[in-house]
Ligand binder design. Structure first.
Ligand code: HEM
Length: 519
């Protein structure tokens, strides 16, 4: 037929397709009375091989803010309209679950906060959100600075040796080191070493990404799933991570038992400010499996997203020298040679706008996934229970009607004296951290982490795309990756600030050499 059917393998998850097929036969879903949602027609021949959200953008321009994509036996609703996104995410959020996402992530996150729905989600969200209080986030600034400083050390060496660097993998290591300490007080130290646990985290992450883009769920095939070398490797990696987490939970429990504990709203243990410590000290009554699921969820949620934001921010900066110059001017003026503090976060406004704008052009993740749990009406169209929905944040953020020069990197579009842009003040046409009850719990943490890392790197170095490196193209897993890395030439800035030796705060002994690097 001439209908837009997707034959290409691997560009979007088919995991739910087979499962959904039989429910379609029973008539659940889109066989509703009333006006019919436009069905996308066309051919994918012209767009094969691209990141999956790119063809969805072309279809959005043709079919509008809501259309149906027919995908083998399965159909998806693609939403790119701010009012419909607001309805699903906020106004009628109770009618929507995480659907396919929960199925894909079950092996790694179980009933953690991202995939969980219903009562489990409500209880866990209520337990976890208070752990990210203001005092905790402020304490994290020194953790961000110290990890960024370690990265500076690596870049310094590359600059001296005249070697290009692959920044995407370095950002991934930076944010892994940060999130390990921040969530369960574990020092992966992946910027320095490639040990077993770091490797295990990457095996599991790659598996989650493979599952979200694979056309056939081989990991569900009986017998194969037990004998496939890949699955065995994944299971071993999961086992190692689970054992490590169990161990960290046990250590933390002992610490809490020995503490002269006075729990209050902004409780924080100075030696171990981690979220795990807060949860245990709060008397959070939870099974160790649930606690592990939550820690794993926070680890993955906070790791890949921030790494992707930094990767695309530095890519964008390399393309816009004027933005880079303004950014460096602000960072030099505000920070000079000091390490950043929480007070600087209010002053590094242009730096924050650079991150805001990077998140507009490269939202992480580029689509939000939901499934309708009851009948509803979207944009005037009735829909049934069981619809799988992709809210394309990519489309919302690049809609030519919402944004002038939608594809241009222009941090100036957000006035320096205006509010920090978010989904509320942009009326759901900008959703960097989602919206409604399932909005990201780490938005402030992540913004400060990105601001600190960006500021510390650009005050010391200039970054150019490495000459002769392959073009930087996009591919998708859970977040937007480059196809072949972000290869950059890093040079020390001529006005090279000197970072003084500082008193260490909070972070563990294993990082005590952090400030001993010679400048
Ligand atoms: C949820 C983005 C960093 C923890 C979300 C959502 C988005 C998002 C868009 C909503 C997902 C949905 O509605 O389906 C980001 C970005 C980050 C970031 C762009 C970095 C720049 C973090 C960090 C943490 C975190 C650092 C933890 C410390 C979570 C959790 C949820 C979530 C637990 C699920 C909340 C719920 O369902 O109740 N994030 N995030 N994120 N994020 Fe983040």
């Amino acid at each position: 037929s001439g209908e837009f059917t997707v034959q290409e393998s691997g560009w979007v998850s088919l995991v739910g397709a087979v499962r959904g097929f039989f429910s379609r036969l029973t008539g659940e879903g889109w066989a509703q009375r009333g006006p019919e949602i436009p069905r996308a027609r066309g051919s994918l021949a012209a767009v094969g091989g691209q990141a999956f959200f790119l063809p969805l953008y072309e279809l959005f321009l043709t079919y509008g803010g809501i259309f149906r994509l027919i995908f083998g036996p399965k159909t998806f609703l693609i939403v790119s309209d701010p009012a419909i996104a607001k309805h699903i995410l906020r106004d009628n959020s109770k009618a929507y679950s995480k659907g396919i996402l929960a199925e894909i992530l079950d092996f790694v996150m179980g009933k953690g906060l991202i995939p969980a729905d219903g009562e489990i989600w409500r209880v866990r969200r209520r337990a976890i959100v208070p752990a990210l209080h203001q005092k905790y986030v402020a304490a994290m600034i020194s953790l961000f600075s110290e990890a960024s400083y370690r990265l500076c050390g690596k870049l310094d060496k590359a600059a001296s040796d005249g070697e290009d660097v692959e920044m995407e993998s370095l950002f991934s290591r930076l944010t892994l080191d940060v999130i390990g300490k921040a969530v369960f007080n574990y020092d992966f130290d992946s910027l320095t070493y490639d040990n077993g646990i770091v490797e295990a985290v990457y095996v599991v992450l790659r598996e989650a990404e493979m599952r979200s883009t694979s056309p056939i769920p081989t990991w569900e095939i009986p017998i194969w799933k037990d004998i496939s070398p890949r699955q065995r490797k994944v299971n071993e990696a999961l086992q190692l991570i689970n054992d490590t987490l169990d161990n960290l939970i046990a250590i933390c429990k002992r610490m809490v038992e020995q503490e002269d504990l006075q729990f209050h709203e902004e409780y924080m243990n100075e030696q171990d400010p981690s979220i795990l410590h807060f949860l245990l000290a709060s008397g959070d009554d939870v099974s160790s499996k649930q606690l592990r699921d939550d820690l794993m969820t926070l680890l993955i949620a906070g790791h890949e997203t921030s790494a992707a934001v930094l990767t695309w921010t530095f890519y964008l900066l390399s393309k816009e020298p004027e933005v880079m110059a303004k950014l460096q001017e602000e960072v030099d003026r505000v920070l000079g040679d000091r390490m950043p503090t929480i007070d600087d976060m209010k002053k590094l406004i242009y730096t924050t706008r650079v991150i805001n704008e990077s998140l507009r052009l490269y939202p992480q993740p580029p689509v939000l996934i939901r499934r309708s749990m009851e009948d509803d009406v979207l944009g005037g169209y009735p829909i049934g229970k069981g619809e799988d929905i992709f809210i394309s944040v990519w489309n919302l953020h690049r809609c030519p009607k919402s944004w002038t020069d939608a594809d241009k990197f222009k941090p100036e579009r957000w006035p320096l004296d205006g509010p920090n842009p978010n989904e509320i003040n942009q009326n759901f046409s900008y959703l960097p951290f989602g919206g409604g009850p399932r909005k990201c719990v780490g938005d402030m943490f992540a913004t400060f982490e990105n601001v600190v890392a960006t500021a510390m790197l650009v005050r010391r170095f200039d970054f150019q795309l490495a000459p002769g490196a392959p073009p930087v193209e996009m591919t998708t897993g859970a977040t937007i990756h480059t196809t072949e890395g972000l290869n950059m030439t890093v040079t020390r800035r001529r006005r090279q600030p000197i970072i003084p030796k500082l008193e260490r705060k909070i972070v563990s002994d294993s990082q005590s050499t952090c400030f001993d690097q010679s400048e």
